[in-house]
Structures are given as C-alpha cells and as structure tokens.
Ligand binder design. Structure first.
Ligand code: CA
Length: 226
C-alpha cells in the first residue's frame, strides 16, 4: 500500500511518515498542493492524506480538481481547524474522511484501515491480505501458506501485497515500479525482476500453489486456484 501525504508542516509530515512506515505502508510526502495534484493524477497511490491549509493550491482546491477529473482515490483531509463548516465542506466536495490535528497514531491508522478495507473488501481482513493459498500479515511482514511462514523484506512485502490485491490481473513493470519504489531515486525496472525472483523462491519454500507468471514484454500476474 502506498500513501501520499500532502502536508506543508514538516514536523507533522515527518511524524505521519514515521507512523505509516512503521505500520508497513510505503509513504511519499509532498509539501504543496500543486505538486500533490500532479502526483495524485499519476495514479500510483492507494490513499491520500491531504492537509487543507497548503501553500499555492489549498486542500479544498486539490480535492475539487481530483473529483472533477473523476479520480476516485480515497482522500482523508487533515486540518488544524475544528470548524464544522470546513468538515461539511470537505465531505460535500468528496473527501472520504476527516482528521483534526493533533491526532494520535492509533486514530490515524484506524481511519486508513477503514478506507482501505472499503476498497478491497473481498481479500482484506484486519491487516491480512489473502489470495489463493497465500496470506499476508501486515503486522509482522510475514507471508503464510499452509502451516509454513516466511519473513519478507519491506520491498518484497509491498510487491507481493500489490500482486495479491490484484490477483489474476497483469501488472506492468512500470506500474509495479511506481507502486513499490515510488518517488525513490533508485527506482529501476530491473529491481522489479530481482524482487520477483526473491518472492518466487519464498513461495516455493512455502510450497504455495500460487505462481507469479511472467507475461512476456508486459509484466507479471499472480495466478493460482482458490
Ligand atoms: Ca498546513
């Protein structure tokens, strides 16, 4: 899961990044509305935490553009203001939820989980993703199958999660790279192939009947039987 945080107060942004990273999410942080809008349009995020008071284009401006353009990504607004008027305005404009600063880590994570569960109700259940005979546990970065389990690195975790949520769908290497490596400079398509091979070895160790299939010249998909 990759979350975009648009928040100009650096301390708050860093705090949110740390909380989300510890909970197993990939996080990119941007500090202004125009750049935020540009990245939301690229479509590589599962959820956006959007501050209202931003330099340039404010959170309401970003939100209205995004919804006008028919982008239905979940957006949780962040604001220091406790005014009911703002809350109603945000929800009317198509925000999914609302958090008033300061909020604690537990509340933030609960709101995010609730939104993500709505997106993927079929194969997500309390921090666990299931596909075929595989179960992914977000609380400890473990992949489980039958009665075996194996620990995953952060990138392996992000990659198999993306494949499991989109099982039987071909994902291009560009999509995978953007989702797992995001804004990181070292993002390279060949890391995708390397990490796919790590995952295949781990799935073999687990004796999973699911398989990551290579679609030549296109990308990868997770296939198997339920
Ligand atoms: Ca702000």
């Amino acid at each position: 899961m990759r979350i975009l945080v648009v928040e100009d107060e650096k301390e708050i942004a860093d705090g949110i990044r740390a909380i989300l990273f510890k909970a197993g999410y990939e996080v990119d942080v941007l500090f202004d509305g125009i750049t935020g809008l540009t990245y939301i349009r690229q479509g590589n995020y599962d959820l956006v935490l959007l501050d209202i008071m931003l330099p340039g284009l404010d959170g309401f401006g970003v939100l209205s553009k995004v919804r006008e353009e028919g982008i239905d990504i979940p957006i949780i607004l962040l604001t220091a203001r406790v005014m009911t008027h703002d809350k109603i305005k945000g929800l009317d404009m198509g925000a999914d939820d609302y958090l008033t600063k300061p909020f604690d880590a537990g509340e933030l994570l609960a709101r995010i989980r609730a939104r993500i569960r709505k997106l993927h109700p079929d194969n997500m259940d309390r921090g666990r993703v299931k596909a075929f005979d595989l179960t992914l546990d977000s609380s400890n970065y473990k992949l489980l199958c039958n009665d075996k389990e194996i620990k995953l690195s952060n990138k392996e975790y992000q990659l198999i999660e993306y494949l499991m949520i989109n099982k039987e769908i071909i994902l291009t290497r560009e999509q995978i790279s953007a989702k797992v490596w995001g804004l990181e400079d070292e993002s390279e398509y060949n890391s995708v192939d390397v990490y796919i091979s790590f995952l295949r070895k781990k799935m073999k160790f687990l004796r999973s009947k699911a398989e990551i299939i290579t679609k030549k010249g296109v990308g990868y998909s997770l296939e198997g039987h339920d």
